[in-house]
Design a protein around this ligand. Sequence first.
Ligand code: FDA
Length: 298
Amino acid sequence: MLRRVLLYLSEHGGFQRWVPPQLARRFIAGDTLEDALLACERVNHDGITATLDYLGEHVRNLEEAAKCRDAYVRTLEAILERGVKSNVSLKLTQFGIELSDEKCAENVSALLKIAAPAGNFVRIDMESSAYTDRTLRIVETLHHQFGACGTVIQAYLRRSAADIERLCAAGIRVRLCKGAYLEPPTVAFEHKSEVDRNYLELARVLLARGNYPAIATHDQAIINALIAHCRRESIAPERFEFQMLYGIRRDLQRKLVAEGYRLRLYIPYGEAWYPYFMRRLAERPANVLFLVRNLIRS
Ligand code: FDA
């Protein structure tokens, strides 16, 4: 119930004025590209790669979409110039998908023209199920044209097994996550046990047939089960990577790296932190207590 309220608030900005921006800092590298690059250098130093996310979603017009595209161009160029080990992750509602599929794809192409020749990579995040079909269509087209891009599949969606088969057949790289949006029970599993079971099943498919899959979770039970699965099936650690979010389970991050697994951290930066922050609160009730305590204090 609390999760659903927080996800509802994440989609409706009214609550933002009650949240002190410094609280979001736990999950966000900072406001500027320089903050993100410094965070990136810090994690690279610990043997962790990164993916940078310039925060923003649901732009209102194509000028805003073009500004986001340009911010990502600067991010990719800075990654290449500074030589940090990072790629980028973006959301199609930030690139104009609600206004024009064609323009949105053009905006992403601008990044792929830089990423592909440089051997870098653009991950297209998955948003709510209203965008799944259109996101997959755009990813398939761009992958065919440029390579160098992949997407995300959410284990809470009932459709995901079929989508994974389709992406594996096309050789498109998949990040598997549980899913972070408010969805009706007709499209998404409601209970954690069902989502976790589906996650494990989908991860095994990706580890067997996927192109360098990304196992994106902080769920230690799932991670342990998949490590055991890889040992049994002789799947080498270089064939996949774990991914986690900046500011979450640093203990587990260190453990995986120490054990020789590849780990990439999703590092968000920018001023549009509110929906991202609210989704992180929704994932863990203890985070809400932390927010309430800070609101009472201030
Ligand atoms: P789960 O929620 O069961 O948490 C397992 C444990 O992890 C918790 O017990 C707790 O210890 C810790 N934990 C999890 N979330 C926490 C939090 N917010 N604060 C503190 N501790 C926390 N979603 C999506 O819909 N589209 C996308 O494109 C992406 N992209 C993405 C990239 C990467 C790299 C990651 C790691 C995740 C995403 N997600 C996402 C988010 C994902 O769908 C999911 O909401 C979160 O990862 C939380 O789920 P877990 O798998 O960690 O499991």
